[in-house]
Design a protein around this ligand. Sequence first.
Ligand code: SF4
Ligand code: SF4
Length: 401
Amino acid sequence: MLYRKMPKTGDELSILGFGCMRLPMAEGTIDEPRAIAQIRSAIDAGVNYMDTAWPYVNGQSEPLLGRALKDGYRERVKVATKLPTWLQHSRADMDRYLDAQLQRLGTDHIDYYLVHSLDGPSWDRVAALGIGDFLDQAKADGRIVNAGFSFHGLAEDFTRIVDAYPWDFCQIQYNYLDQQFQAGTNGLNYAASKGLGVIVMEPLRGGNLGLPTAPPAVADIWNAATIKRTPVEWALRWIWNHPEVTVVLSGMNEEAHIEQNLAIAAEAAANSLSDAELELVDRAGRTYKELMQVGCTGCGYCMPCPMGVQIPKCFDFYNKMHMFGNIAEAKFMYAAFGSGITGNDEPGFASQCVACGECLEKCPQHIPIPDILTKVAAEMEGPGFQEQVDGIREHFKKGLS
Ligand code: SF4
Ligand code: SF4
């Protein structure tokens, strides 16, 4: 296992972090003996950063991680969890949730505490509720050690949030397809320039970059490489090649995935890929992008839409469905993020577009936005869609009474 230093604290963190968002399941609940064995074996192999969150696995992830870290494992790792931003309605709520999370995790402190899934509007909302004061106080009384945030918004909001509080670290979606999406490479470099450690999530874009069903044109690129590596290894090594990245989170719920990721993490030093190898990965990225239905860069200039349509998000999940063929996953993510549950709590689906045309002239890519949104609505919002949205909302809304 290789380790990298968290810039502000000097903590030596394993470059591979254990993500507890997807754990092995049996009969609708976590397969606890298997999950605990997986977590402990990863720690025994050198992983020392464990990431969970309030809503993961229907609220079961934090308590499970707490149990997995008994018998001396807690002292060997740094624990990261996240304040459920969308459930905060007052300054007092923040203390209530943190205290409940400490209890769920069976610990007296969270090493890395994140404000979960920020974008511009959700940041403005929790900032007005006093999140800065909450984080200051939780650090001062020792309940949290490092304060950070995870991010799923527009690039310009990322830099604004980085500058708005003396964060220790942040967590961004980053992979070779998302170099200009959300925080992107600019955001990674900006955060690092401000001394923040950067945790990377979605290194395989929800697993899609490692699917054996990769489009033939992409598979041909990997097959033609002089050094033979799996698509997963290429994707992970590309991220770790960036010295600005501290930890990459991988949701590993199969023993084989854990073994595979551990082996890669033992070798993936920063700046270790050659120019030819970087060009190969870029070529795979360009090939994936040719399969995109919409050339949306996620810049957000078309926003806000008067009808609340989350235009870039709609296009992202629509593209995802066509690029990876993982239809169920893309539709689920569209329903979840489009519902607004992790943001301003307002739905932003393609079907809300009334074709007013207000966004058209703002798009530097000259995308016929309302026309494409009609296609998105037709393909992503079929029968059963509203029931799916309702189910997701119910799941995320499970909070303290
Ligand atoms: S055309 Fe549709 S997406 Fe564009 S601003 Fe009007 S309602 Fe919003
Ligand atoms: S302005 Fe155009 S490219 Fe930018 S997010 Fe909107 S649709 Fe995408």
